[in-house]
Design a protein around this ligand. Structure first.
Ligand SMILES: [Zn+2]
Length: 262
């Protein structure tokens, strides 16, 4: 049976699949995937008979890990922010990408798994502003820097897929998606722009489909710098989330310190 409509697929590491979500939207004309999980994932895409396009919200390792397998199986086009293709397709670029991931993530880098180079003929660069008619659904790419210079979000009708530009959400807590090094001013600007779109549903890369009020709660915590996260999922998942939250809060505190210095 052909794929139809929206799918949210857990694509985190084996130990905690739900820490990352990959979205697939199947239209009448095109099937599109947003982000591609971690390498060490057991994400199941077997429902997909065809995949035309993968849009990368950005090129952090927890959003691109499954690309080699996905390309091998479905041969989709991969869309990435202009200027950053080389980090996916050249030996030197891939090495840099993995090294910087290891530096920022520490142990988590090994839990998520290294990124392996993909074929450059499959990768196309975008700037934001591009639109695609999926057949029954309109998709628009939005440039949303701050979390990273190479960050885009994806609006499909009134569903907004924010990647890591609008926070994460686990067990009722909004978690800043702010690993080092973020651009605080750009992050706030991108977040406010996305709130102004008034989406009906927000698809987070970490935390799944949520109410748009999560973005407003996230803006409040970003502006006040008051972030109290008290979640213990228990077990290995709890350990992984704790490590990721530590990385994000470290980035946020650094960004706030630098902002006050200016
Ligand atoms: Zn990221």
């Amino acid at each position: 049976m052909p794929c139809h409509g929206l799918h949210a697929i857990p694509s985190g590491p084996v130990e905690f699949s739900d820490i990352a979500t990959t979205y697939v939207i199947c239209g009448e004309k095109l099937n599109v995937m947003i982000d591609a999980g971690v390498s060490n994932s057991i994400a199941d895409f077997s429902f997909l008979d065809r995949l035309d396009i993968v849009i990368l919200t950005h090129i952090h390792i927890d959003h691109i890990g499954l690309l080699p397998e996905i390309i091998q199986t479905y041969k989709p086009k991969v869309l990435v922010k202009s200027g950053f293709k080389k980090y996916l397709t050249t030996d030197e670029g891939v090495k840099k990408l993995n090294e910087s991931a290891e530096k920022v993530l520490g142990d988590l880098y090994y839990i998520y798994g290294e990124f392996r180079k993909i074929d450059e003929s499959k990768v196309f660069e975008i700037n934001g502003g591009e639109e695609l008619d999926l057949g029954g659904n309109n998709l628009k790419i939005l440039y949303t820097p701050g979390h990273a210079k190479h960050h885009v979000s994806v609006l499909v009708d009134d569903f907004l897929f924010t990647g890591d530009s609008a926070g994460a959400y686990f067990n009722g807590s909004v978690i800043p998606t702010t690993p080092p090094v973020i651009n605080y001013e750009e992050y706030i600007k991108s977040l406010k722009m996305q709130i102004s779109l008034k989406p009906r549903i927000v698809g987070l890369a970490h935390g799944g489909l949520v109410s748009p009020s999560v973005m407003e709660d996230h803006l409040k915590q970003m502006l006040s710098g008051e972030v109290n996260i008290n979640i213990d999922l228990g077990g290995i998942a709890g350990e992984i989330l704790k490590k990721q939250v530590e990385v994000n809060l470290r980035g946020l505190m650094e960004a706030i310190k630098n902002k006050d210095k200016k």
